[in-house]
Design a binder for this molecule. Structure first.
Ligand code: SAM
Length: 352
C-alpha cells in the first residue's frame, strides 16, 4: 500500500513549455514521463472510497492539487464527498495551507437523484474529524454561497452540480468571476451524452475561450485555465498537449494513464462492495444454519418423546396382555378405534 503522506512531488516549477508540448529550459526538455511520474501522489490509496461516478478521476484530483497547489478550493456539488475528499486528502498530504469549501444542499437533484439526510450526516462526521481544521461544508444552494466569496479569490473551482446546459452554464457564469488570477476550473460530466445532460455543450463554449484539457473517461472531466497569470509548469504542459499540431500522442498517453489509474480504483471499490455483499450473504446463511440447527434440535426432542411414548405403550400393552391372561380373557382383536374403546371398557372384544 502506498500512502500519500510518504510521497513527495518532484514536479519542478521552473521550466518553460515549448511548441511541441514538452517543457524545456535550455537543454532540458520534459514530457509526459516527467510530469506524470514526477507526481508520486497520483498513486496514493484513497482514504475515502464511496459510491460515485467520480471515482475514476481521483488520481487526477491528486495530480492537479500537486500541480496547482491551490490556496483556496471550492467544490459545487459534493454529495457523499468522493471528489471532495480526494482533493482534501492531497491537500493534507502535500501540507498545503489551503482553505476549502464544499457547497451542496445535500438534498440531491433530478440527475443525481434525491437522497436522505444520512448522506450529509455520514459525510459531515467523516469530514469534520479529518479535515475540519481547514475545510467547511456549506449547506446551501450555489447561488446562496456565491455572496460569501469575493471575486478573484478562488484558485481551484470544481463544478459538479445539476447537469442541464442551463444549470451548468449558470453555475459557470456565476462562479467564473470568483476565480483568482491563478484560477483553474474543473467541470465533471463533459462527456455525458444521455438524458438531458448538457455539460458537454457548456464545455465546448468554455474550452473555446480558455486553455483546456479534456478527459473522456468516467463521464468526462474538463480542465480549464481561467487565470491571468502564467500557468504553473505542469498545468501549462497539460494545456499545451491539446494544441500540438497533428497531436504528439501525449494526449492519448495522459488520458490512458489517468483512465487506467482510475479504473484500478473503480475495481477496488467494486471488489470492496462485492466482499461486503458476500459478508452479508454469509451472515444470512449463518442465521439460516442456526434456524435449521434449532429446528433439528426440536425434531430430535420430539423424536425422543415419541420413542418414550412408544416404550410406554409397549409396556402398557404387555401389562394388559398379562392381566387378560390372568383373568382368562383372550387376546385383543385390533380393529380401528376398538383398542381405545376396549381400554375405556366400553366394547371389550374377545376372541374365543
Ligand atoms: C453529481 S452530485 C455530486 C457528486 C460528487 N461530486 C461526487 O464526487 O460524488 C451533484 C450534487 O449537486 C447538488 N446540487 C445540484 N444543484 C445544486 C444547487 N444549485 N445548489 C446546491 N447543490 C446543488 C446535489 O444536491 C447533488 O448532491
Amino acid at each position: 500500500m502506498i500512502h500519500a503522506e510518504k510521497l513527495t512531488s518532484n514536479m519542478s516549477p521552473d521550466l518553460k513549455t515549448t511548441d511541441d508540448g514538452s517543457v524545456g529550459a535550455g537543454a532540458a526538455r520534459r514530457g509526459a514521463g516527467d510530469f506524470l511520474l514526477g507526481s508520486g501522489i497520483v498513486l496514493a490509496v484513497p482514504h475515502r472510497l464511496v459510491r460515485s461516478a467520480w471515482i475514476g478521476h481521483i488520481p487526477f484530483a491528486y495530480w492537479v492539487v500537486d500541480a496547482l497547489r491551490p490556496r483556496s478550493f471550492v467544490e459545487l456539488g459534493t454529495y457523499s464527498g468522493c471528489s471532495y475528499a480526494a482533493f482534501l486528502q492531497a491537500i493534507t498530504a502535500l501540507r498545503l495551507a489551503s482553505s476549502c469549501y464544499a457547497v451542496d444542499t445535500w438534498k440531491g437533484d433530478a440527475h443525481s437523484g434525491f437522497y436522505g439526510e444520512d448522506i450529509y450526516q455520514e459525510l459531515a462526521a467523516y469530514h469534520d474529524s479529518h479535515y475540519g481544521s481547514f475545510s467547511r461544508l456549506l449547506r446551501m444552494t450555489f447561488d446562496e454561497a456565491r455572496v460569501h466569496f469575493s471575486d478573484g479569490t478562488i484558485d481551484l473551482i470544481h463544478i459538479d452540480g445539476f447537469h442541464t446546459y442551463e444549470a451548468v452554464s449558470h453555475d459557470v457564469q456565476a462562479w467564473l468571476p470568483k476565480a483568482s488570477s491563478r484560477g483553474l476550473v474543473l467541470i465533471h460530466d463533459i462527456n455525458a451524452r444521455e438524458r438531458n445532460f448538457g455539460v458537454w455543450r457548456c464545455w465546448e463554449e468554455l474550452s473555446a475561450k480558455y486553455p483546456s484539457f479534456a478527459f473522456l473517461h468516467c463521464h468526462g472531466l474538463g480542465v480549464a485555465w481561467v487565470g491571468t497569470e502564467p500557468m504553473p509548469e505542469p498545468i501549462a504542459w497539460l494545456m499545451e498537449l491539446a494544441n500540438v499540431k497533428g497531436g504528439s500522442g501525449d494526449v492519448e498517453i495522459v488520458r490512458n494513464y489517468f483512465n487506467r489509474l482510475g479504473s484500478g480504483l473503480i475495481d477496488q471499490f467494486a471488489s470492496g462492495e462485492r466482499n461486503k455483499a458476500i459478508r452479508e450473504r454469509d451472515e444470512i446463511l449463518r442465521k439460516h444454519d442456526e434456524t435449521l440447527r434449532e429446528r433439528d434440535e426440536a425434531v430430535r426432542t420430539r423424536d425422543e418423546a415419541l420413542r418414550e411414548r412408544d416404550l410406554r405403550i409397549t409396556d402398557l400393552a404387555k401389562d394388559l396382555a398379562e392381566a387378560r391372561k390372568y383373568w382368562g380373557l383372550g387376546p385383543i382383536v385390533h380393529a380401528p378405534g376398538e383398542f381405545s374403546r376396549f381400554l375405556r371398557g366400553k366394547h371389550p372384544t374377545r376372541r374365543t
